[in-house]
Design a binder for this molecule. Structure first.
Ligand SMILES: Cc1cn([C@H]2C[C@H](O)[C@@H](COP(=O)(O)OP(=O)(O)O[C@H]3O[C@@H](C)C(=O)[C@@H](O)[C@H]3O)O2)c(=O)[nH]c1=O
Length: 187
């Protein structure tokens, strides 16, 4: 297992080892002690699985307000995604900065998205399965979003006309968070 920095504080790629044999491979996708040795400590309380039928589906950019903010450990078991993480901590020197990482069934990467960051992805394939573990429960009352096409972010998405949920068509721009009066997004 190896960790690679992405350029955003705490946002890291975890590369796991595959043990191959005649049948295929085996891998430990999460192992508490090994992750701790890599400096990653998460109290996982929920695992999510999303399936997107079409390539060019964007889900995001999502986060939950404190005290329900979540760290996420993302991986892909079928297909590939262009995964995006945005720093939305108002006091952060990298506020508004984002990174993108390709995660696929072939590269077996996992991406750690700490609290204080918004997360979203665009599917690059049909029939894409994304799994992610989180360290806080889902809370409908605390879920928030930023519009995927926010010009101040200028995210280099691989599509211009994505498939979106009704909810994801209506999020505000990041500027609204900078002037946020409704709650704390600090991670
Ligand atoms: C996220 C979530 C949703 N739901 C429900 C709410 C809704 O009825 C249905 C679909 O929810 P959404 O449309 O929010 O699903 P989706 O757009 O896939 O939301 C996810 O996007 C990615 C990018 C993330 O980072 C996740 O944290 C999450 O926000 O599932 C849960 O029951 N538990 C959960 O943890």
């Amino acid at each position: 297992m190896r960790v690679k920095n992405t350029g955003l504080d705490g946002v890291v790629i975890i590369e796991i080892d595959l043990i191959h044999d005649d049948r295929g491979f085996f891998s430990e996708t999460y192992q508490e002690k090994k992750f701790k040795n890599l400096g990653i400590s998460m109290n996982i309380v929920q695992e999510n699985h999303s399936f997107s039928r079409k390539a060019g589906t964007i889900r995001g950019l999502h986060y939950q307000l404190e005290p329900m903010a979540q760290s996420k450990l993302v991986r892909v078991t079928a297909g590939a995604i262009y995964d995006v993480v945005v720093d939305i901590r108002p006091q952060s020197p990298s506020f508004g900065k984002w990174v993108s990482v390709i995660i696929s069934e072939d590269n077996h990467r996992q991406l750690l998205v700490p609290k204080g960051y918004a997360h979203g992805f665009c599917t690059l394939t049909t029939n894409t399965h994304v799994l992610y573990k989180v360290d806080q429960f889902y809370s409908k009352a605390h879920e928030r979003g930023i519009i995927w096409s926010d010009p101040s972010l200028a995210i280099d998405w691989p599509v211009t006309e994505p498939v979106l949920s009704d909810k994801d068509k209506l999020h505000p721009m990041l500027e609204a968070i900078a002037n946020n009066e409704e709650g704390n997004v600090n991670g």
